[in-house]
Design a protein around this ligand. Structure first.
Ligand code: ATP
Length: 222
């Protein structure tokens, strides 16, 4: 029998699926790597999108919608340019989300069905809560950090303008935390983040084995 997110003392016939989300540049990918080191099956929506944008049919679709300015000199999608361009269209960012979200859902279901029971799948998806996809996950975890910290960490990747465009599409930290089961403020070192990741992983493993009789539906904060 499959359990609901808060179901206790029941045996799951599938892996536990953790949704990992958070603020832009808050440390989601770093945390995902830590889950992988612990033995979780991991999936990054961001990496998936990178691969998606390399597909000729998708490139053609994007060019049709946003024009050729979104390509770099090698004829590949330049994500910075794409985001800037999409931000100029009233429906541009929503259109991109609609292209990508169903494919991520498909992948989540595939992983859920193919990963052995008793193990843990972690799916990093930046718009998990914004898109209202929480119900597809057994545990939703958000990684947050103050804006200034994130801006500094991402200064190589985004200019301030691109970050502001993206930030406008997002819920606030407080809103994400309110919708998540667990959250972490990643404004200290990597060891603190690793400690939190281990705690989430242990909790997910407990859920996978349904050994826990308390705590699985409590909120945790750091
Ligand atoms: P994006 O929203 O762009 O996908 P992200 O949330 O996945 O970003 P990361 O890529 O994991 O964030 O982290 C952003 C940068 O911050 C990386 O260079 C990472 O090494 C660094 N970083 C993450 N956590 C910490 C930390 N606790 N201490 C120092 N640097 C960190």
């Amino acid at each position: 029998m499959m359990t609901s997110g808060s179901g206790l003392k029941e045996i799951r016939e599938r892996a536990v699926v953790v949704g990992l989300t958070g603020g832009i540049g808050a440390g989601k990918t770093t945390a995902l790597g830590m889950f992988q080191e612990l033995g979780a099956e991991t999936f990054s929506a961001d990496e998936f999108v990178h691969e998606l944008y390399r597909r000729p049919d998708v490139k053609e679709m994007l060019a049709h919608k946003f024009g050729d300015e979104i390509f770099n000199v090698d004829g590949e999608i330049d994500r910075k340019r794409l985001l800037r361009k999409a931000g100029q269209f009233p429906d541009g960012l929503k259109w991109l989300e609609n292209l990508v979200s169903p494919l991520i859902t498909q992948e989540r279901i595939r992983l859920m069905e193919t990963t052995p029971a008793g193990s843990v799948v972690v799916i990093e998806s930046p718009l998990l809560i914004e898109g209202g996809f929480q119900r597809g996950y057994d545990l939703v975890v958000t990684i947050e950090a103050p804006f200034g910290v994130r801006q500094k960490r991402l200064s190589q990747r985004f200019d301030d303008k691109a970050m502001q465009v993206l930030e406008k599409r997002r819920l606030t930290t407080g809103q994400r935390i309110a919708s998540a089961d667990m959250h972490f403020t990643n404004d200290a070192g990597l060891n603190e983040l690793r400690y939190f990741v281990r705690m989430v992983y242990d909790r997910a493993l407990t859920m996978a084995g349904a050994k826990s009789s308390t705590g699985a539906s409590e909120k945790a904060s750091f």
